[in-house]
Design a protein around this ligand. Structure first.
Ligand code: ACO
Length: 407
């Protein structure tokens, strides 16, 4: 239902808490059928994109709408290489964060700071300028993420290597040392590539809607992406991948049985959620979760890792899926339920998990920013509200205030 003229014609507006029923835009990027568990990037099934595409190819598909030719892949690859390194003065910024800073705080701050250095890429008038800005952001978010980790453990920042592919280059910057090169196995690099592909876009979720909201004021690509990072951080959204592992650790450390934990989750007064379960749109399996679960099994097997958390996650999933509380509410594992198991096996520290999500989601944010930027009739996003505060009242002078804020 198009309600854009409703207020002008009737004086009424609609109210939809959490936007559960509100389409905020038209978009040609990603399709989801939450009841059937379908996810498609530009018409291609996620299962096929995950099987055949690199993260960069998926990014080009999302941003420009078609799978790239070899020439287009090569050109974009070259731009990623040319834009991978941080401007030298920017490296100094990392030492000004305290060691306790969360990597998501550093990442959002540093993407904002990047605007001070990537000045030529802020003004986008041509498709060529946009391509360079997109490449710079996709490439540098990975460099910033690795640098924030290195600085948090007080190790020298590692420069990117233009000869490495996207995931390999990130792992190099994370785990190489000036005196010792880290070379990931193909399985590790492949698992990371897969995770990034699966996180690349997911239509109008909280962070992408935030990016579009900011973009609608004609804010530049970097400012809009930094806002997306902040929105992603929350535990109900991208922060859930960290929260899942912390939940599994808590269950392990406190020796809580699966049965007892599920009982706690069902007891609404306990305020405990089964993290990594449930989704606003999927009322069926999240197709990304099914792919990630298989990939986690395969990776741990290949690396000969026996992680009790994987076993615990499987038990929790089985217990939840056979419990009326979850089936009646159509709560299934989402993308975050098993992704932490893979990230942990790769060696990514837990507080970097949401940063990994941000790296993966960057193409989706850029594609959504582009949709707004390219639309000559785009309007600023400005929702209405239903005011519930006091009715008009006379101002109270200081000497007459007997009731304070908290009384
Ligand atoms: N554990 C226990 N109960 C849950 C959970 C959960 N994980 N998720 C939803 N429910 C319950 C709600 O309490 C509610 O119960 P009620 O009908 O008795 O009140 C019912 O299921 C419906 O849930 P809503 O809160 O209406 O679902 P909503 O669409 O608003 O929220 C969300 C979706 C935020 C993902 C929620 O399911 C949740 O908090 N999950 C855990 C956090 C998480 O995994 N987030 C990652 C999402 S995926 C992503 O962002 C990449």
């Amino acid at each position: 239902m198009d309600i854009s003229k409703l207020r002008a014609q009737t004086g009424y507006i609609t109210l939809d808490d959490g936007y559960g029923n509100t389409g905020s835009c038209e978009s040609a990027i990603t399709f989801i059928d939450g009841d059937k568990g379908i996810l498609r990037y530009r018409g291609y099934a996620i299962e096929e994109v995950a099987q055949h595409s690199s993260f960069i190819e998926a990014a080009q598909l999302l941003i420009w709408g078609e799978l790239p030719t070899k020439a287009e892949r090569d050109r974009f690859g070259q731009l990623l290489g040319e834009n991978a390194a941080l401007p030298e003065p920017m490296r100094r910024h990392f030492s000004s964060f305290p060691p306790s800073a969360h990597p998501m705080a550093i990442l959002s701050a540093m993407i904002n700071a990047l605007q001070a250095y990537d000045l030529p890429h802020l003004k986008i008038d041509t498709p060529e300028q946009f391509e360079v800005a997109a490449a710079s952001l996709i490439s540098k978010v990975r460099t910033l993420a690795a640098a924030s980790y290195k600085s948090s453990i007080d190790e020298a920042l590692v420069y990117p290597r233009p000869d490495l592919k996207y995931a390999e280059n990130f792992l190099h910057m994370m785990f190489s040392k000036p005196y010792q090169e880290y070379v990931p196995t193909p399985e590790v690099a492949g698992a990371l590539n897969l995770l990034l592909v699966l996180h690349a876009d997911h239509e109008q979720n909280c962070s992408t809607s935030t990016v579009r909201m900011v973009a609608s004021s004609q804010a530049n690509l970097y400012a809009s992406a930094a806002a997306g990072v902040c929105a992603l951080w929350g535990p109900l959204h991208g922060g859930a991948n960290q929260a899942v592992i912390e939940m599994l650790e808590q269950i392990e450390e406190q020796g809580i049985s699966v049965k007892d934990y599920v009982a706690r989750v069902k007891d609404k007064t306990a305020g405990v959620k089964l993290m990594g379960f449930g989704h606003r749109v999927y009322r069926n399996f999240d197709p990304r979760a099914s792919i990630i679960k298989k990939a986690a099994d395969a990776l741990l097997d290949k690396m000969h890792i026996q992680d009790p958390k994987l076993e615990l996650a499987r038990e929790l999933e089985a217990a939840a899926l056979s419990d009326d509380y979850f089936t009646e509410r159509k709560l299934y594992p989402n993308v975050d339920f098993y992704s932490g198991i893979i990230l942990k096996a790769i060696g990514i520290p837990i507080d970097m998990f949401t940063v990994m999500f941000a790296i993966g989601r960057m193409p989706g944010w850029i594609a959504n920013w582009k949709e707004i930027h390219d639309n000559p009739t785009a309007r600023i996003y400005r929702p209405r509200q239903i005011y519930t505060g006091p009715t008009p009242r006379p101002f109270v002078e200081r000497r007459d205030r007997h009731h304070g804020i908290r009384s």
